[in-house]
Design a protein around this ligand. Structure first.
Ligand code: IPE
Ligand code: IPE
Ligand code: MG
Length: 240
């Protein structure tokens, strides 16, 4: 199956930016009678393989929704478990990630996160800042509405006096994703058909693909399948 998709993909039409809502970890665990955190653990393991395939495909940016501004509503125990997993992810993987030429970026509000996580993210961003193979945009404590308000407030504080109003071009420079292309393809796993406050501005003209697979079962075959489907959509951007 994977080999088939690899043959069918048009390598001249690879999306520049894909965004992934990695959903279904809890249900994956529940189905197996395991604690939810086991689902998150397995989910974290999927990330590296997914990143390798994205590199192979020549995708420029992958944005991963790892923790939303609404996820604070979960039990403390689960949230703390997620921070621990993130810590061990970077502890184990950062050196390989850097060797592969990945530039780590963060979208979201860092200051509310535990200090260790803030340091880990800042370190990963700094150590990988000169890498050019792919951008891995970790969306942590991220919410699309928050990002928009944050951008407007920053503009109000920093704008040069001659800039009396915002334009889309100016506005984009104040988003967490400043400098990155808009999202071409958004994938959500777990069979939910919603955006859940992810990259609201950046997905304006993205192709949306919803897959039934739960995130811990996601693999390169699903990624290739999504790219293949994306390549058969007709993107019109309002034109004919
Ligand atoms: C997504 O999986 C991961 C995070 C939100 C951190 P969920 O934890 O939402 O899994 P389900 O949706 O409950 O199955
Ligand atoms: C979206 O998943 C957030 C992440 C994947 C990090 P949720 O599971 O939090 O979304 P809802 O609550 O089902 O909309
Ligand atoms: Mg969920």
């Amino acid at each position: 199956m994977l080999a088939n998709y690899k043959k069918k993909i048009d390598y001249a039409k690879i999306p520049k930016h894909i965004a992934i809502i990695m959903d279904g970890n809890g249900r994956w665990a529940k189905k197996r009678g395991l604690p939810r955190i086991e689902g998150h653990r397995r989910g974290a393991e999927v990330i590296e393989r997914c990143m390798d395939s994205a590199i192979e495909l020549g995708i420029g940016v992958v944005s991963l929704y790892a923790f939303s501004t609404e996820n604070w509503a979960r039990p403390k125990e689960e949230i703390n478990g997620l921070w621990k997993l993130l810590e061990s992810f970077f502890e184990k993987k950062l050196s390989t990630i850097i060797e592969k030429g990945v530039r780590i970026q963060h979208s979201g509000s860092l200051s509310e996160l535990p200090p260790t996580i803030q340091r880990i993210i800042a370190n990963a961003v700094d150590k990988s800042k000169n890498n050019t193979t792919i951008v891995l945009n970790f969306c942590l404590n991220y919410g699309g509405r928050h990002e928009i308000i944050h951008a407007v407030n920053n503009w109000l504080q920093q704008r040069p006096s001659h800039e009396l109003s915002l334009t889309p071009e100016i506005f984009e420079n104040y988003l967490y994703t400043a400098g990155l292309p808009n999202v071409d393809l958004l994938i959500r796993t777990s069979g939910e058909y919603r955006i859940s406050n992810f990259l609201l501005w950046q997905i304006a003209y993205a192709e949306l693909i919803f897959m039934k697979v739960l995130w811990p079962d996601f693999n390169e075959r699903y990624l290739y399948q999504a790219i293949y489907e994306y390549q058969h959509r007709e993107r019109r951007f309002g034109g004919l």
